[in-house]
Design a protein around this ligand. Structure first.
Ligand code: NDP
Length: 250
């Protein structure tokens, strides 16, 4: 019998104020996990929704552009909640400029939040998980882990590397009870895509290329994340799971 329960598990998720991160945190809570919400803001809307599900939920303040805070947050969760069984590196930012105009400060910010923070959180979570001989790490990659994108060179570089980091860590840790995988979202209707959605031409072009015939929604990530967080995926390692309405296959 396959188990999709997360009872007695502690799940840490970054970027849970809205979008994909919020949906994934709620899915884990619905499956019985206790939640550590890694957020830079004290917005407690997600925490309040999760607490209605009768599980423990704490916000851990962390600005993912500050590596001292990033380094400290997993040990803090482990101490306060007793474990870190699941880590979802979801938070991310997007900066769009033509390549020759791309400011170095934007490059650094995107690489810090979308890649370096992911690496440090994986490293710290790995220490806890190796000690427990158990862990599930899910990194949120992107279609630009495979494709080049347009005018997003920093984002593409970071997300390409997140895909490779996922495989590198899986190679090292898969025999030690730790699954490291990634989810590859397609075009999802979240705040990150406001400018694309509001551009009628780009919005139509994108929609026409999605075989499923619609943009994705945050709730589309609940099932795939639950699969990768539970024992259902124990023999799945280093995989990049596209949740893209069929975009990559076209
Ligand atoms: P949103 O913009 O809706 O949410 C981003 C989340 O990241 C927010 O909770 C935000 O918190 C948090 N965040 C941003 N910067 C920081 C920071 N410095 N410290 C802590 N938290 C931070 O994004 P999505 O839900 O759309 O995206 C989630 C993930 O999915 C990202 O990694 C994104 O790159 C990836 N993705 C999304 C796609 C899409 O089409 N939407 C496509 C491919 C990948 P705050 O409220 O404080 O700003």
């Amino acid at each position: 019998m396959v188990h999709y329960s997360l009872e007695n598990k502690v799940a840490a998720v970054t970027g849970t104020t809205r979008g994909i991160g919020k949906a994934v945190a709620l899915a884990f809570a619905e499956a019985g996990a206790d939640l550590a919400l890694i957020q830079r803001s004290s917005n407690d809307e997600t925490k309040r929704e999760i607490e209605q599900l009768d599980v423990t939920c704490e916000i851990f303040h962390c600005d993912l552009s500050d590596m001292e805070q990033v380094r400290a947050v997993i040990p803090e969760i482990n101490e306060k909640m007793g474990s870190v069984d699941i880590l979802v590196n979801n938070a991310g930012i997007q900066k769009r400029h033509p390549a020759v105009e791309f400011p170095e400060s934007d490059w650094d910010q995107v690489l810090d939040i979308n890649l370096k923070a992911v690496w440090i959180l994986c490293q710290e979570a790995g220490k806890v998980m190796l000690n427990n001989n158990y862990g599930k790490i899910i990194n949120i990659a992107s279609l630009v882990s495979f494709q080049g994108g347009i005018t997003v060179p920093a984002y593409t570089s970071a997300k390409g590397a997140v895909g490779q980091l996922t495989k590198a860590l899986a190679n090292e840790w898969s025999s030690k009870g730790i699954n490291v995988n990634a989810i590859v979202p397609g075009y999802i209707d979240t705040e990150m895509n406001t400018s694309l959605i509001n551009d009628p031409t780009r919005s139509r072009q994108i929609l026409e290329r999605i075989p499923a015939g619609r943009w994705g929604e945050p709730n589309d990530f609940k099932g795939p994340a639950l699969f990768l967080a539970t024992d259902a995926s124990n023999y799945v390692h280093g995989h990049l799971l596209a949740v893209d309405g069929g975009w990559l296959g076209r």
